[in-house]
Design a protein around this ligand. Sequence first.
Ligand SMILES: Cc1cc2nc3c(=O)[nH]c(=O)nc-3n(C[C@H](O)[C@H](O)[C@H](O)COP(=O)(O)OP(=O)(O)OC[C@H]3O[C@@H](n4cnc5c(N)ncnc54)[C@H](O)[C@@H]3O)c2cc1C
Length: 376
Amino acid sequence: MFQGMNFAPAKLPGELEALRHEVRDFLSAERDWQPNSDFNAGASPEFSQRFAAKGWIGMTWPKAYGGAEKTFLERYVVTEELLAAGAPVGCHWIADRQSGPLLLKFGTEEQKQRFLPPIIAGESFYSIGMSEPDTGSDLASIRTSAEKVDGGWRLNGSKIWTSNAHLNHYMVTLVRTAPPSDNRHAGMSQFIVPIDAEGVTVRGIENLAGEQDFNQIFFDDVFIADDQVVGEPGNGWAQVMSELAYERSGPERFLSAFRVLAEFGKSLTLDSSEEMIRLYGRLSAHLVVLRRMSISVASLLESGVMPDTEAALIKELGNSYERLVPEMVRLHLPGEVPKALADALQECILHAPSFTLRGGTREILRGMIARGLGLR
Ligand SMILES: Cc1cc2nc3c(=O)[nH]c(=O)nc-3n(C[C@H](O)[C@H](O)[C@H](O)COP(=O)(O)OP(=O)(O)OC[C@H]3O[C@@H](n4cnc5c(N)ncnc54)[C@H](O)[C@@H]3O)c2cc1C
């Protein structure tokens, strides 16, 4: 049966403008980075630490662990400003967006006290260990596995496309802890793997732009203590699925090409063709709609709902949009292009193919949306 989606109108309260200006002031004092269109590609531990000192990492988390108990809408404002500025957020992004919330939801009290305060202080950075060399979309077919030993688990296998593992301290890793059975989703667990543990090897992979932002990781008899298993062994699939609304609904899913749009807007003059002005209007209008949808999801998260289907829709529409922006701007450019726009375009075009892959491909998201709507 067809089921609707929940995109109730939500507005950012006016008083959040003060926070927005505070973030902008911080960023303009900091600004010594090369803006980029991949939120993971720019990473600076020093930036993340100074940012943390403002109380902006783990800002929605309980005060008991060092958080600020702010709202998801306040967090939305902060993340939006970071992305619009192309700030080097790669070190703390995953821990703040999803590893911390995962631990808050499923971790033991001891894990929360041990792992959350260093994240909030901007001293502890996390990667996502889901994809494997033969397994991306079909995550249930992972082969990295662990067997029970005295006091913990012995981990063997390999993960791939692991963003920033060469810079980070931990990766929350999905592993098989029981052999595959008729229930493909049973028998998986999530481990907090220290990336510097004995038996872990990180091998960098260069992306199309010539940067190293992701890696292949090898686990060779890595010992993981029992107290580094997140939640119940065997509950890994349900836990991973619960991360997805955080992973897919944020402004990083439609702001990757923002710099191209902004530079395109700046390049327009009263003499620009009507075609170019129309294009700028259309692309801006799309952006406003995506932003309203994403704010709506942030307000659902605030009320404790996990809007998986809505998040998948934002990612699918947002990724399509951020691939369309550089393409449309490139096709409509006149001969003479300001250097800032040419630089933004060049950099964005090299990263754009990954927009619709990272975090789940378009085909997979469309399947999820159809299932969420009751259409399959
Ligand atoms: C920049 C970047 C950063 C990444 N960072 C991380 C990370 O930090 N951690 C991590 O774990 N992973 C990461 N990934 C991996 C990403 O999640 C996978 O690339 C993605 O899930 C797709 O998996 P795959 O590459 O194995 O492609 P495949 O699953 O092999 O898919 C290949 C093609 O087949 C299509 N396809 C597959 N199955 C179906 C189906 N059932 N129906 C229709 N079409 C289908 C896909 O849509 C795709 O077009 C990253 C990827 C990129 C590009």
